[in-house]
Every structure is written in structure tokens, then in C-alpha cells.
Design a protein around this ligand. Structure first.
Ligand code: PLP
Length: 422
């Protein structure tokens, strides 16, 4: 792969070299395959991303050359595996500019991270009558754990409304913030609309009242440079598999003092300091939250994915994807009867759409026949679908390895859908 150096946004002084999408694409073995006898155009990146060869090789290398359990062994294999696992934690910390790798908890994914916070911090800090603010555009993973907590505690969920374009109503948010608010939990980027929420403003409004904020970064981490210190939130969660890393690994970042004071999530090996039948004591953070044998190869793969992205630069990725989003939006908007759902001015590379009198599942099935993989359904955002009074959308979600040809093939396939239904 030819790497590009990143250009500070807005700077005219340094011109970034052309983004070498062809070279990048060749790093992803699955993108070289065919689907239904046609070259694959993979446009379901919001669901999961493809993996570069470097990530695949790192997992294989772990299993073939130093597979061992971590933290407990004194022999070389175990020491090497532990070092690689902990090095991955340091890479994650640097990637999101966390103050310390002690604040990086490895979990299965964004879903587990939100559940962890709800079950530990939430059970300690949220009581009957307290309010939790969410938004209409949340993924079910950032709704249901809070509903479970509300059922257990008697807390109340308040929901920020959105506009038809898919932007959060900041006025409504301001109205909802009150002395009863104990937590704001919001997505950074909507997986169904692509909207990029103004999270720094959202956090500072909550902070002015001393209210903690959790940001669901599942859809922002793959597309934007993340700086948790600049965002100013208390908790930030994401999944490795959407970041070109293996499935089953994800991250909870939380401020150290919060993690120190939170009770453990699950009990078992590694999360303890001492165990006796009289009682047990807990390991230091982050290990207090990592009970049992973790996904060692997954964490190592996540570290390698982060290295790989570092070689390209997140700002370069954001710029390239933004151009591709504009191109795809323009091309799809040319198709009569097609309506894009989610037209906020600040968007990441997600395009949801519906077509007059054609069910999204039919769109998905027909374009699949053309080798184009998109997602159809409610995208785990049923309340959002209710807002638009629709059951489902078709969704194309782009990554930096996609190109205009992928978009053109999507457009041609959608034209075919129209032909079938006319
Ligand atoms: N949050 C958002 C915004 C998502 O898009 C997703 C997955 O699509 C999740 C949370 C849950 O991620 P995971 O299933 O990897 O835990």
C-alpha cells in the first residue's frame, strides 16, 4: 500500500498526496473476491468492515507462533502473548488520545461496553426518578441497556427528538437537561442516517450541569479522528470489527477515577487481586473489568488495524470518504422515486434510502444479484424508523477502500431494481 501523509484540515500549506485507493483495496483479500460471478462491491461497512491482510496475518501469527494464555504464565510464549495484548491496549489509548492505557477496557464490542457501564456505574449512580437522556437516532445497543437499568432502578428515559433531515434538536436537548438528569448517552455518528452529532457541544452543555456523558463511537471511530480529551466525555465505546479488526473485540474507555470507583462487571479469573471464601478483592483497572480469558488475538488484531489506519491517516480517510459520500449522494439523487433518509449537512459515509412502492428487502436482493452488498432493514434503530414512519431502508455505507466504481455499480443495480418493478 502506498501511504499518504495527512494534511491538517483547512491547511493550504501542505498538499496531501492523492489517496491511493487502488493500492489500499489490494490490501483487503475479501475485496478481490466475486459475488454471484461479479466482482464484489462491498457497501455494508456500517454493519462490519473487511479486514486488511495485516490484521488477518497478525491473528494467524499469534495462533501459529505464540498462542498462550496471558498474564499468568512465566514461560516465553505467555510473556510474548501478554506483551502483544498489552501493547494493543497502548495503541488503542494513543488512537483515541486517552490519558492512560489503564482507562482502556477490552470488551466484546460497543454493545457489551454500554451494558458494562449500565450494570456497574449505572446501578451505583442512577436511582428512582433519575433521568437518562438518549436520542431518537440511537442504535438499540444504546437504548435497551438503559431500559433494563430503568426497569431495575425506576429511572426515566428522556429522548431528544430529531428533525426531518436527521439532526438532533439542540433546543429540545437543552430543555431536557435538568437537575434530575444523571446521564446523557448519545451516538457520535448515526448508523442509519450518517448524521455526525455535535458531540463537543452536547458534552459541554451536560458538563455545565455536572452530568456525565457516554458517547457511542461505534460509527465514528472508523471514519473520524477521535480525541476523547477534546470531546470531554466520560465514557466512549466502540467495536473493533467496524474498525477493520476482528469480531468479538471492542473497547470501553472511561475516565480513570470513574473506573476506579465502579464495581466489577463480571467475576472470575484475572479481575481479582485475592480470593477467599471470606471475600475477594479486585485487581487494578482495567483488569478489574476483564474477567476470564479475553479475546487475545482480537486485541492484537485491533492493534494492527490501528497501525494500518495510522499509515494512511484518519484525516486523509475522512476527506476521501467525504468526497465519495458527496459523489454517491449526487448519483443516487438522480434516480427518480429514490429518497435519501438522512440529509444532515454533517454526515459520515452512510446513505439510507427508500424507493417508491419498492420494499427495501427487494432492493437489497436485486442489487445483491449484481454483486453489490448493501444492508436493508431497520438497522437496529426501530425508534428512528418510527420517526420517519417507515419499516426499513436500504443502506449503502462506504469505507476508504470503496471507490466511484463501487458507487456506479450500486447506481446501475438500483436502476435495474426500477426496471424490474416497472
Ligand atoms: N452503536 C452503533 C451506532 C452501531 O452502529 C452498532 C452496530 O451496528 C452498535 C452500537 C453495536 O455494535 P456491536 O454490535 O459491534 O456491539
Amino acid at each position: 500500500m502506498t501511504t499518504t501523509t495527512t494534511k491538517p484540515r483547512g491547511s493550504q500549506a501542505v498538499k496531501a498526496p492523492a489517496f491511493d485507493s487502488a493500492a489500499i483495496r489490494s490490501d483487503f483479500p475479501l475485496l478481490q473476491t466475486q459475488s454471484h460471478g461479479k466482482p464484489l462491491a462491498y457497501l455494508d461497512n456500517a454493519a462490519t468492515s473487511q479486514k486488511p491482510q495485516a490484521v488477518i496475518a497478525a491473528a494467524a501469527r499469534y495462533y501459529t507462533t505464540y498462542n498462550a494464555n496471558i498474564h499468568r504464565g512465566v514461560y516465553k510464549l505467555s510473556v510474548d502473548a501478554t506483551a502483544a495484548y498489552e501493547a494493543a491496549r497502548e495503541k488503542v489509548a494513543r488512537f483515541i488520545n486517552a490519558p492512560s492505557e489503564r482507562e482502556i477496557v477490552f470488551v466484546r464490542g460497543a454493545t457489551e461496553a454500554v451494558n458494562l457501564v449500565a450494570a456497574t456505574w449505572g446501578m451505583e449512580n442512577i436511582h428512582s426518578g433519575d433521568e437518562i437522556i438518549l436520542s431518537e437516532m440511537e442504535h438499540h445497543s444504546n437504548i435497551v441497556p438503559w431500559q433494563l437499568l430503568a426497569q431495575r432502578t425506576g429511572a426515566v428515559i428522556k429522548v431528544i427528538s430529531i428533525s426531518q433531515r436527521g439532526e438532533l434538536s439542540m433546543d429540545h436537548y437543552a430543555q431536557l437537561l435538568s437537575d434530575r438528569t444523571r446521564l446523557v448517552a448519545l451516538t457520535h455518528v448515526s448508523n442509519a442516517l450518517g448524521t455526525i452529532n455535535p458531540i463537543e457541544r452536547i458534552v459541554s452543555m451536560a458538563k455545565a450541569r455536572g452530568i456525565p456523558v457516554l458517547i457511542d463511537g461505534a460509527q465514528s471511530v472508523p471514519h473520524l479522528a477521535i480525541d476523547v480529551r477534546k470531546i470531554g466525555c466520560d465514557f466512549f465505546v466502540f467495536s473493533g470489527h467496524k474498525l477493520y479488526a476482528p469480531t468479538g473485540i471492542g473497547v470501553l474507555w472511561a475516565k480513570g477515577e470513574l473506573l476506579e470507583n465502579m464495581p466489577p462487571y463480571q467475576g472470575g479469573g484475572d479481575m481479582i487481586s485475592t480470593v477467599s471464601f471470606a471475600g475477594s478483592t479486585w485487581n487494578d483497572i482495567p483488569h478489574k473489568f476483564e474477567a476470564g480469558t479475553p479475546h487475545i488475538s482480537g486485541a492484537i488484531g485491533l492493534g494492527v488495524a490501528i497501525d494500518y489506519l495510522g499509515g494512511i491517516g484518519m484525516d486523509a480517510i475522512a476527506e476521501y470518504e467525504h468526497d465519495l459520500l458527496l459523489y454517491a449522494t449526487k448519483q443516487l439523487n438522480r434516480i427518480p422515486g429514490l429518497q435519501i433518509i438522512g440529509t444532515a449537512p454533517e454526515k459520515a459515509a452512510v446513505i439510507s434510502f427508500i424507493m417508491e412502492n419498492i420494499h427495501p428487502h427487494d432492493i437489497g436482493t436485486i442489487v445483491d444479484g449484481e454483486g453489490v452488498a448493501i444492508r436493508t432493514g431497520h438497522h437496529c434503530c426501530q425508534p428512528l424508523m418510527d420517526h420517519y414512519n417507515i419499516a426499513a431502508t436500504a443502506r449503502a455505507s462506504l469505507a476508504f477502500y470503496n471507490n466511484r466504481e463501487d458507487v456506479d455499480r450500486l447506481v446501475a443495480a438500483v436502476e435495474k431494481v426500477k426496471e424490474v418493478f416497472n
